[in-house]
Ligand binder design. Structure first.
Ligand SMILES: Nc1ncnc2c1ncn2[C@@H]1O[C@H](COP(=O)(O)OP(=O)(O)OP(=O)(O)O)[C@@H](O)[C@H]1O
Ligand SMILES: [Mg+2]
Length: 259
């Protein structure tokens, strides 16, 4: 699905001392059906990596390929295919949902994109799809007529998830989807994501600084430190036999979710 090939992303002037190497020679394959967790401390490059996968940003060096085609922000054709298959859920639903739009409008907005329609990937009509996805994320049909501020944080993230699912994507990118939420609703939202990934056969890329969350949802893990991959492999192997000292320190620092 995705090949990240020796990707470097530098912010700021390239050779100046203030430049930040957010990603440094990252190489990674994401295959259909993978549930990949990306873990690392704050500033390790996690968001930068998922933004590249989402086509929201471009590498400074190296390339990202989607279904074999190089992602290039100036190539509308490949980007349209990406937008039809890849959807993203962001960390904070307060900033990712437009407060002036009703939920019905927010959720169906991706369905109105002309580019998406041209790919022919749009499922059924927007109204039917809206009802379907609200039901899938556990919100009542009446939610469509309300504004985001009329919902709790957990419900708002459900709205954001409904919006991501509306175009029937193959791949879900989730960047810290529960870290802005109240602790009491995190497990519900994570369980919802797990259920949806299973029933819709989605490929999942989940960013979290929390290894317990990744353990709960993912079968593959990539550990980033200072923009470099210091460890990658199956979740079982990484958890039971971490190789990198950094991974060991992450594992030691994080309490595990009870099974
Ligand atoms: N648009 C930008 N302009 C300048 N620097 C940036 C930009 N985006 C990211 N960076 C820098 O790149 C590095 C990696 O940032 P990134 O947001 O990818 O980290 P992260 O792992 O997602 O961190 P967090 O866990 O805090 O979300 C950081 O040093 C950050 O300050
Ligand atoms: Mg981040």
């Amino acid at each position: 699905m995705f090949e990240v090939d020796h990707v470097t992303r530098t912010f700021g002037r390239r050779k100046s001392e203030t430049a930040v190497q957010a990603l440094d020679d990252v190489t990674l394959d994401i295959k259909s059906g993978d549930r990949l967790g990306i873990v690392g401390e704050s500033g390790s490059g996690k968001t930068t990596l998922v933004r590249l996968l989402a086509g929201l940003d471009s590498p400074t060096a190296g390339e990202v390929r989607f279904q074999g085609a190089r992602l290039d922000r100036r190539d509308p054709h490949t980007l349209a295919r990406l937008r039809a298959s890849v959807q993203m859920v962001f960390q904070d639903p307060r900033s990712s949902l437009d407060p002036r739009m009703k939920v019905g409008q927010i959720v169906t907005e991706p369905l109105r994109s002309r580019r998406l329609r041209q790919t022919g990937a749009i499922p059924t009509d927007p109204k039917t799809r809206l009802a379907e996805v609200l039901d899938q994320v556990g919100l009542p049909a009446a939610a469509a007529a309300l504004y985001p501020h009329e919902f709790s944080g957990g419900q708002r993230q459900r709205i954001a998830i409904a919006r991501a699912l509306a175009p029937n994507p193959d791949i879900l990118l989730a960047d810290e989807p529960v870290s802005a939420l109240d602790v009491s609703v995190r497990a519900q939202v994570l369980n919802l994501i797990t259920d949806l990934v299973t029933t819709m056969h989605l490929t999942l890329v989940l960013v979290s600084h929390d290894l317990a969350v990744i353990r709960h949802l993912c079968d593959q893990v990539v550990v980033l430190q200072h923009g470099r991959i210091v460890e990658q492999g199956s979740a079982d192997a990484v958890y039971s036999h971490p190789q990198a000292a950094y991974t060991k320190s992450l594992l030691a620092a994080v309490p595990r979710l009870p099974d």
